[in-house]
Design a binder for this molecule. Structure first.
Ligand code: ADP
Ligand code: MG
Length: 389
């Protein structure tokens, strides 16, 4: 789960991390008031959307007066911000009005899981301001990494080592950095975060470190023990199809292709996508209906596939181990009663209660193209999506 910058900064503050003074605004009027209240010669108006790279996309702007802040806010609120991370754009409903900070130097600080060594890693770079993906590609040596033992958390010596490597020399700044890094590590574990990022962390002309941007992503699987964090979710920032899938507890990821896939089990879902690609097709989604699929959930999943306009054909690939084939068939029949099945449907069923499942589909009168195995189904789906079947 993602949250907004202003929400992340509230959490940063609770942990005693330095962030600029800021006030949230929902309208131009509120933006003007906020700028007046801050009273700094320069304020920064920051669009609150779930995407990075806002600065380059026009979502972070300086204002030299409360009136200018109001003008900028009026342009932002109600519009969508398109960034390189999200080309379709996300709606701006809230802006953060923040005191302008005198930047001397920008750093990158991030903590996430390094899957290659199965440990969290703290990454810091003096090449701040740039996108970290870009630095990783062009100058990986500029990213300093310290792996963190989950039993102890980040150790002070590790934080000091990084401070020296990124060229900090002032004693006060080094001690600020060590405290900051230790706190970020503590937050990462406390909050079950999957990513905490400060890009940029800045050294001000006055000689202090301050977190100018803040990002926290949470591990969805641990949210049940963070009820307060769950309340921070802003559903306007989530793809409507993915939101619907979440409601039904379906593992759904939208992709760019045109073959809708409904599969049980993440492994089979991956293999199905590979097989479709192998035969020259492009999957429109990853969808795992899971083991405990009920008729209602399968029907919801099926409707979800049909509501994606890019989908030209649907491939249902089920191996009934835990989930029974008759439930899947029941879900498809149920969904077809509620929404018109207006695209070719290829079904491969195998496993528990397969005969019953096939019989239900046959008797439903639905126009279903049966597949004898996975390869056959994938080939038929590829053809159907091209209109050749
Ligand atoms: P994003 O990462 O989405 O582009 P940031 O919050 O990192 O958004 O802001 C982009 C840039 O805008 C920063 O690198 C910094 O140079 C500038 N900026 C952001 N907030 C402030 C602030 N409060 N004062 C001065 N400059 C700021
Ligand atoms: Mg940033």
């Amino acid at each position: 789960m993602k949250i907004h910058e202003y929400q992340a900064k509230e959490i940063f503050k609770k942990y005693g991390l330095p962030v600029p003074l800021g006030i949230v605004a929902h309208s131009a009027q509120e933006a003007k008031q906020a700028a007046e209240e801050l009273g700094t010669p320069i304020v920064v108006v920051k669009a609150q959307v779930h995407a990075g790279g806002r600065g380059k996309a026009g979502g972070v702007k300086l204002a030299k007066s409360p009136e200018e802040a109001a003008e900028i806010a009026a342009q932002m609120i109600g519009n969508r911000l398109k960034t390189y991370q999200n080309p379709e754009g996300l709606p701006i409903n809230v802006v953060l009005i923040e005191a302008g900070v005198n930047i001397d130097k920008e750093f990158y600080v991030g903590m996430t899981l390094d899957r290659e060594v199965s440990r969290p890693v703290l990454m810091v770079s003096a090449a701040g301001g740039m996108e970290i993906e870009e630095i990783a590609k062009t100058n990986p040596e500029l990213i300093i990494k310290e792996h963190v033992d989950p039993v102890t958390g980040l150790m002070p010596f590790q934080a000091r080592k990084i401070a020296f490597k990124i060229g900090l020399t002032d004693k006060k700044v080094i001690s600020q950095f060590v405290k900051l890094a230790m706190t970020l590590s503590k937050m990462y574990f406390d909050l079950d975060a999957s990513l905490i990022e400060v890009n940029p962390l800045v050294l001000t002309k006055e000689g202090d470190l301050i977190c100018l941007d803040a990002k926290i992503d949470f591990d969805d699987n641990a949210l049940f023990r963070h009820k307060d964090i769950l309340e921070l979710e802003d559903t306007t920032q989530i793809d409507p199809l993915e939101l619907e899938a979440k409601k039904w507890d379906l593992n759904y990821v939208k992709l760019d292709g045109n073959i809708g896939c409904m599969v049980n089990g993440a492994g089979l879902a991956m293999a199905t996508m590979d097989t479709i690609k192998f035969y020259g097709g492009e999957p429109a989604n990853f969808l795992d209906v899971g083991g405990g699929a009920t008729v209602e959930r399968v029907a919801a999943a099926f409707k979800l596939l049909l509501s994606d306009e890019n989908v030209k054909a649907i491939f249902v690939n089920i191996f009934g181990g835990i989930v029974r084939c008759d439930r899947i068939a029941g879900g498809i029949v149920e969904a077809a009663k509620q929404v018109e099945l207006d695209r070719p449907l290829i079904v491969r069923l195998e496993g528990t209660n397969v005969e019953l499942g096939r019989k239900m589909l046959e008797e439903s009168g639905l126009n279903i193209i049966p597949a004898k195995d996975m390869a056959d189904g994938a080939q038929k789906a590829v053809k159907a999506a091209k209109g050749e079947l």
